[in-house]
Design a protein around this ligand. Structure first.
Ligand code: UDX
Length: 441
């Protein structure tokens, strides 16, 4: 059993702390936000993540997981200080490291025993060295025995607990092999490959992984747009490609593009780092451009179907950036709603989890209790997030409620043939034609 302090109770910090407690460690999670900590102490979760509330509750009861705003208490006797604070990106993509700096300073000011500082926040390559420098300088007169380890997270929202407990790999970067090995011990029971590298390489693995996944999505979206013009179906193209073991099927779902708290921030930050160091990130630039266009394309298609959008009623199903989360950061829905409203459309929307976040971020939007209310009087419906709840929708009821039965399936969730048979005008993403029985007539 190790004593772990986790600084930052955002997505990464809370999941990491909770899972380490569940693995039997003594974990104290710290945040400067008093309301957040007081809610966590009442078992009220600041985010929606399947299973999190139950695991937090069980580990609090077992006395392995506590929440505090007190740095001294959290760092006292801690073997490890995990830094899991936010690193918001500025307009040019540069990460804001002020919270990482504060965490490093707190360690320098308050710790007087050997400690391993583990960085979980996604930070520009070189930040690990910078953190070590901050601590060293602040302790100039009274050296502290410490090491910095980079341990990037690869958790997906919606399956974060499972991703933590069953990782594909754990990456640890450090100049001090012993420190990396100590962190490796924390993950040993998970029986997954553990890769130990130097600090900068570990930091780069995180950016390269996220940028690669975003690239796959932008690639398939570009293929989808070509499919649309040439009369092919991208869903089957992806399946056909995916059978090739060298390619694989994951992250080849065409749609409205990638969003969320990681991909947009990380791709932008990587491109920014490249430019800063004199390299032209041509591919990354294209990956971002395609993603932006993907949201606009659906509005072009809608305009084509409806003439102009002024005073048209458009329903949006799904607002979160992907299913099983209430997170709407960089969600395609944000831009789509904005573009629709700019063209004078009335927007109605429903999301199974993200209504509260949406009402804070989206102005003048009519929030509904269910998909059928959204459909009432709508000239078209856009499916923006592929929640399971939308798979089994009562299409007849939807059809009856709509003023015009136009469906823009932004996630290729529904069966075009079924919907067309029911009298809908169906548009998917990259589904130029949908031929059944190989009938070319
Ligand atoms: C991602 C990474 O997967 C994770 O490893 C990292 O730690 C954080 O960023 P997350 O943001 O939770 O996780 O979402 P993810 O499930 O990866 O999806 C990202 C975005 O890509 C979503 O907007 C999703 O809708 C989109 N996506 C995903 C597609 O458009 N097509 C796909 O085939 C897959």
């Amino acid at each position: 059993m190790s004593k772990i302090c986790v600084i930052g109770t955002g997505y990464v910090g809370l999941v990491t702390g909770t899972c380490f407690a569940d693995l039997g460690n003594d974990v104290m999670c710290l945040d400067v936000d008093e309301t957040r900590i007081s809610k966590l102490n009442q078992n009220i979760m600041p985010i929606y993540e399947p299973g999190l509330e139950q695991v937090v509750s069980a580990n609090r009861k077992a006395g392995r997981l506590t929440f505090t705003t007190n740095f001294e208490e959290a760092l006292e006797d801690a073997d490890f200080a995990f830094i899991a604070v936010g690193t918001p990106s500025g307009v040019d993509g540069e990460a804001d490291l002020q919270y990482v700096r504060s965490a490093a300073e707190a360690v320098a000011d308050l710790v007087n025993h050997p400690i391993v500082v583990v960085n979980k926040s996604t930070v520009p390559v070189g930040t690990g060295d910078w953190v070590a420098d901050i601590i060293k300088k602040r302790r100039a007169g009274k050296p502290l025995e410490f090491s910095v380890v980079s341990n990037p997270e690869f958790l997906r929202e919606g399956s974060a607990l499972n991703d933590f407990m069953k990782p594909d790999r754990v990456v640890l970067g450090s100049t001090n092999r012993d420190a990396a090995n100590q962190v490796a011990q924390l993950y040993n029971t998970l029986r997954c490959p553990i890769l130990i590298t130097d600090l900068r390489t570990a930091e780069m693995i995180k950016y390269a992984s996220n940028a690669f996944l975003a690239t796959r999505i932008s690639f398939i979206n570009e293929i989808a747009n070509i499919c649309e013009e040439l009369g092919a179906d991208v869903t089957e193209v992806a399946t056909g490609m995916g059978y090739d073991n060298r390619i694989g099927r994951a992250f080849l779902d065409a749609g409205l593009g990638w969003g969320g708290s990681c991909f947009p921030k990380d791709v932008k930050a990587l491109a920014h780092m490249a430019v800063l160091h004199g390299t032209q990130p041509q591919l990354l630039q294209a990956v971002m451009d395609i993603n932006r266009n993907q949201r606009r394309r659906i509005i072009f298609k809608l305009r084509k179907a409806l003439g102009n959008l002024n005073e048209k009623v458009i329903g949006v199903l799904g607002l979160s950036f992907k299913p099983n989360t209430d997170d709407i950061r960089e969600a395609p829905s944000l831009e789509i709603v904005h573009l629709l409203q700019n063209e004078g459309a009335v927007v109605k929307a429903y999301d199974p989890q993200a209504m509260e976040n949406a009402s804070a971020m989206m102005k003048n939007i009519v929030l509904c209790d269910n998909p059928y209310q959204v459909a009432e009087g709508a000239d078209a419906i856009i499916l923006a997030t592929e929640w399971n709840e939308f798979r089994q929708i009562d299409f007849e009821r939807l059809h009856k409620a709509m003023r015009q039965p136009i469906i823009m399936d932004g996630r290729n969730l529904w069966d075009p043939n079924q919907l067309k048979e029911m009298g809908f005008v169906y548009f998917g993403v990259g589904r130029g034609t949908h031929m059944t029985n190989n009938n070319h007539d």
